[in-house]
Design a protein around this ligand. Structure first.
Ligand SMILES: [Zn+2]
Length: 107
């Protein structure tokens, strides 16, 4: 058992070294994805992790990863990783976050 795995109720959020938000969200594939961690296939319908970035300078991007690859390759580099309710990590809400202007830039 691992607290580091996103579930139906919980997603995870941390920050990468550039200060981008990194959200880890449980997902089931409706098509075949290729994991950027190991370049292997993620079979259709298998439980995996969506890694969604909300970029510090605006915008979002996401990739589909094997759960194990996230735990081994990505999580060790994330800061301040914590559980957040899965309801806060819907695609819509994260895209909305990505549209916000960067917090500290004011004119
Ligand atoms: Zn992988």
């Amino acid at each position: 058992m691992s607290d580091a795995a996103p579930s139906k109720r919980w997603s995870l959020r941390g920050y990468d070294e550039e200060g981008n938000e990194v959200w880890l969200i449980r997902s089931f594939g409706r098509k075949l994805y290729r994991c950027p961690g190991c370049h292997g296939d993620i079979p259709i319908g298998s439980e995996h992790t969506v890694v969604q970035y909300v970029l510090r300078l605006g915008g979002t991007e996401h990739h589909h990863w094997h759960r194990r690859c996230v735990e081994e390759l990505l999580i060790p580099d994330l800061r301040e990783l914590k559980r957040v309710p899965a309801t806060s990590s819907s695609q819509e809400k994260l895209e909305e976050r990505g549209r916000r202007p960067p917090g500290r830039r004011r004119r």
